[in-house]
Design a protein around this ligand. Structure first.
Ligand SMILES: [Zn+2]
Ligand SMILES: [Zn+2]
Length: 212
């Protein structure tokens, strides 16, 4: 969103922010459709129109989406390749659930302005959807959280973290739960990152590092 951008450099990375309503009745697939497994499904595979739901910031609508059967997933599995739709301001979760960038941005705004939880946000949206006679009720908090993280996963995060020794994009980033930095006045000589160890640190023998 506009408010989260710091300058023209961000526009280069994130692209233009699209907001167009109403959404088309049929979301068309291009030649670049890809399945969840990574296989691309080109124009040689016939398209099928499926039902899907677009969750927007004031309500949800049912529309159709064009998909192609994945050429590589086993025939029994229902895996299909569909359009990306970011040019319409949509995040295509799984060709059935589509979420508008406006809705995801709404959560970002509320999170940054008043520490909104997923549960609180889902409840707010459930009420709003009901008040404004949405065709489809809002999704549950767990499903919204899954979608939000899936969207975060595809965001390019290139220059967010930098280490004074290994440079930009370090392999491991250790963060604490504090989203703002400590006030200068609280920075005492004893303030250390949570990973700092000393002779009195407890030793846990049974801790195994996460598998890569
Ligand atoms: Zn596939
Ligand atoms: Zn480093």
């Amino acid at each position: 969103p506009k408010w989260a951008r710091t300058g023209p450099e961000d526009d280069d990375v994130a692209g233009k922010y699209a907001y167009a309503r109403p959404f088309p009745e049929l979301l068309q697939v291009g030649d670049d459709a890809r399945c969840h497994c990574g296989a691309s499904a080109g124009p040689s595979i016939p398209t099928e129109d499926r039902d899907c739901v677009i969750f927007d910031h004031v309500g949800a609508v049912r529309v159709k989406i064009q998909v192609r059967r994945c050429p590589e997933c086993p025939p029994k599995s229902p895996m299909t390749a569909g359009p990306d739709l970011s040019d319409l301001g949509l995040f295509n979760m799984n060709n059935q659930t589509l979420i508008s960038h406006a809705l995801l941005n709404k959560y970002d705004t509320m999170l940054s302005a008043n520490e909104t939880t997923y549960h609180g946000f889902a409840q707010t949206l459930q009420r709003e959807y009901e008040s404004y006679d949405s065709e489809v009720p809002f999704m549950g908090a767990d499903r919204f959280r899954t979608c939000w993280f899936a969207f975060m996963n595809v965001q390019p995060c290139k220059d967010d973290f930098k280490c004074s020794i290994c440079g930009p994009e370090p392999e491991v980033v250790v963060v604490d739960g504090v989203t703002v930095c400590f006030h200068k006045r609280r920075r005492t000589a004893k303030l250390r990152p949570p990973t700092y160890t000393s002779r009195s640190s407890p030793i846990h023998e049974d801790v195994k590092p996460a598998k890569r």
